[in-house]
Design a protein around this ligand. Structure first.
Ligand SMILES: Cc1ncc(COP(=O)(O)O)c(C=O)c1O
Length: 462
């Protein structure tokens, strides 16, 4: 049995294995603080409070562990990056854009007109009205910077923003940067998720708890559908209820719909439910998720002019404008995608990967939460019994069970995945500590290799 940790000495994890100061209570989870950054600085120079106490995030823990695994190459189903290239028509568009003088220079801060127009054309049919490409769309450096711009635009020091757990972890620091306070409302999985396959749609948001979390400082709520990591597509009725509560209390809705081309059940956009809800909604999109190019960093927000103009102002000050040639390529992608049948194909292909990969859980006698959208699946590991004498390094030993399960899979089977308690506050981590998140946006042979390796779990299943 491995499980000793000497190889960590040369992969940087000892630095991460420092004692954990427990300064903040409502943070995502207890983390390990970096101490190295300050060491190289002059005596009087201190990092800001925001980043000086930066805790190690799940991505670097898992990536460093994956690099240190004795089983190489690792099958990496952790982070949601694609294991294959964008379609040829999008790649060719990017290559073509690089040859054009104007595409290698600054774009207008709000984004290239061609991309704004392509998005307005693509999204107007969903909204059943003509979206104004000049006033109602802003292009950002990935969805992430778009959301940061939205928080910068509307959140003042001390304002509250409601986030449903589990959450995409970037929301938290993005809300805190302008001084916002995150208020968490947990979603809960079906109680018997360890004994039967469930649907991601069964994760429940308690609307009364959501409304009860609203105070006179609440400015925004962040919604994510299709959801990462659950894979839930919020139903029309749920969105209607959320929307009506926001209208009643006059709260902005930041609707993160980056997986909006990957849904396997009917998908509703909250901004389409009523003019009053639309007036409060900023919808977030990501070219990286749509066209398999997360590294291009092209995203956007769509919403009423009265909201978009402030997001655009924040975006201008944060990064001025976004990558020009890749905006152009994304525009061409949208112009051609529909007629090439790309969106349908992309859904079909991802659903195929999902279903094929999930056969492994039935084979092993484990259960999973069948996603309604996106490319993540949560599998339930309650029946997996970790060897009692297994030695975990402190960075994992001090964390919920899912971190230990993820560590074990990396070190013993050579498969990386993400422990989802990272997306809960510590007091709610128990909700997800038996689950692990796997990204299936990988080549088919990689998914087959993952399944083969996961068969090694059989002897640990009770
Ligand atoms: C729910 C969610 N929102 C936003 C993003 C970020 O998108 P982008 O890469 O366009 O910044 C991600 C990426 O994983 C995500 O999962």
């Amino acid at each position: 049995m491995r499980g000793k940790v000497p190889h960590l000495l040369h992969c940087g994890l000892v630095r991460a294995a420092l004692p954990i100061p427990r300064a903040c209570t409502r943070r995502i989870a207890p983390r390990v603080y970096f101490s190295t950054r300050t060491r190289d600085m002059g005596r009087g120079i201190k990092p800001s409070r925001r980043f000086g106490a930066q805790q190690q995030d799940v991505w670097s823990i898992i990536n460093e562990a994956a690099a240190a695994s004795p089983i190489q190459p690792i099958v990496n189903m952790g982070q949601g990056f694609f294991g294959y290239n964008p379609p040829a028509f999008v790649i060719d568009a990017a290559k073509g854009a690089l040859d054009r003088v104007d595409c290698n220079q600054y774009s207008p801060t709000k984004g290239r007109p061609r991309l704004r127009k392509a998005l307005a054309n693509a999204y107007s049919p969903f909204y059943q009205r003509a979206i104004d490409a000049d006033k109602e769309v802003v292009i950002t450096t990935g969805a992430n910077e778009g959301m940061l711009s939205a928080f910068m635009a509307f959140v003042e020091e001390g304002d509250e923003v409601i986030v449903f757990e589990p959450f995409f972890d970037q929301y938290i620091s993005n809300i805190e940067m302008p001084g916002g306070k995150v208020v968490y409302v947990p979603m809960t999985p079906p109680a018997d998720g360890a004994s039967r396959n469930t649907s991601a749609g069964e994760w429940n948001l308690d609307m009364a708890a959501f409304e009860a979390a609203i105070t006179d400082r609440t400015r925004m709520v962040v919604l994510n559908t299709p959801h990462n990591p659950i894979g839930k597509v919020f139903s029309r009725a749920e969105l209607q209820a959320i929307g009506e509560i926001c209208v009643k209390h006059d709260i902005l809705i930041l609707s993160d719909e980056v997986y909006d081309q990957l849904y396997y059940v009917p998908f509703t956009r909250i901004a389409t439910l009523s003019p009053k809800i639309a007036a409060l909604t900023l919808t977030v999109g990501s070219g990286g998720k749509v066209f398999y190019c997360t590294g291009w960093r092209v995203g956007w927000l769509i919403g009423p002019e009265e909201l978009i103009k402030y997001v655009a102002a924040a975006h201008t000050r944060i990064c001025y404008s976004s990558v020009s040639p890749l905006q152009e390529a994304t525009a061409i992608g949208f112009e051609e995608a529909e007629s090439r049948g790309f969106f349908e194909e992309s859904k079909r292909e991802m659903k195929g990967k999902m279903d094929k990969f999930n056969e492994i859980w039935d084979e092993l006698g484990l259960t999973y939460s069948d996603p309604e959208g996106g490319y993540f699946v949560l599998a339930n590991f309650a029946r997996v019994q970790l060897p009692p004498d297994y030695v975990f390094p402190p960075i994992v030993a001090n964390r919920p069970r899912d971190f230990k399960l993820a560590w074990f899979l990396i070190m013993e089977l050579g498969v990386a995945c993400i422990p989802p308690t990272e997306f809960f506050v510590p007091e709610n981590a128990h909700i997800a500590e038996d689950w692990l998140r796997f990204a299936v946006c990988k080549e088919d042979h990689i998914l087959e290799e993952a399944k083969e390796r996961l068969r090694g779990l059989k002897k640990y299943i009770k």
